[in-house]
Design a protein around this ligand. Structure first.
Ligand code: SF4
Ligand code: SF4
Ligand code: SF4
Length: 183
């Protein structure tokens, strides 16, 4: 209803998928009109545990702990793993998505679900043609696609929204404490 009102006001709308509804069925990879889908995996860093044994990066079984292609879950090698730091004996890694390589298959998203679920799929609007009828939306079995304002085109999982609110609250408290200390 709210979206219909925005359309009536002529607000610029774009397609986005709701990651809370997405079942990672694979159609985001195959059904986009583009040769390589406009849907990509994204990593919501505040939720990522930066695991050494990343279940979104390594195959479920039979892998070795190195970045050889045969050990990776991603069929195109689009998930990048970079050592960040060790705390005690525990190493931490940053995982980023090379969007030029990502085909939107969702395999890493399924893998990450067994840990923190920080990886999820999103339509990238620097690639999407904003088709009048999105070919993926028509075929999405979860009805996860909808139009959102171009000015605010991201749909986050509910748990990522909650973690963002906590982070914003911590920043606000820190800023207040600094102001009180100097003021
Ligand atoms: S088509 Fe729908 S359910 Fe399938 S991966 Fe895309 S958003 Fe998820
Ligand atoms: S596993 Fe699939 S969705 Fe994830 S980064 Fe690789 S190509 Fe993209
Ligand atoms: S609107 Fe068109 S280009 Fe964008 S994701 Fe849907 S089918 Fe692909």
């Amino acid at each position: 209803m709210a979206i219909a009102r925005r359309e009536a006001r002529g607000e610029d709308l774009v397609w986005q998928l709701d990651p809370d509804l997405c079942t990672k069925c694979g159609r985001c990879e195959t059904d986009c009109v583009l040769d390589i889908s406009a849907v990509k995996a994204v990593n919501f860093f505040p939720l990522c545990a930066m695991c050494d044994v990343c279940t979104g990066y390594f195959r479920a079984e039979g892998y070795q702990m190195n970045s050889g292609a045969e050990n990776q879950l991603c069929p195109t090698g689009a998930v990048r793993r970079k050592f960040i730091a060790a705390i005690g004996h525990e190493p931490f890694f940053e995982y980023t998505i090379d969007e030029d390589l990502c085909i939107g298959c969702g395999k890493c998203v399924i893998g990450c679900e067994t840990m923190n679920g920080s990886l999820y799929l999103q339509v990238r609007h620097d690639r999407c043609l904003n088709c009048n009828e999105c070919a993926i939306a028509i075929n999405c079995p979860a009805d996860a696609f909808r139009r959102v304002p171009r000015s605010n085109p991201t749909l986050r999982k509910k748990e990522t929204q909650a973690s963002l609110q906590v982070e914003e609250e911590l920043i606000r408290i820190e800023a207040t404490e600094q102001r009180d200390a100097t003021g």
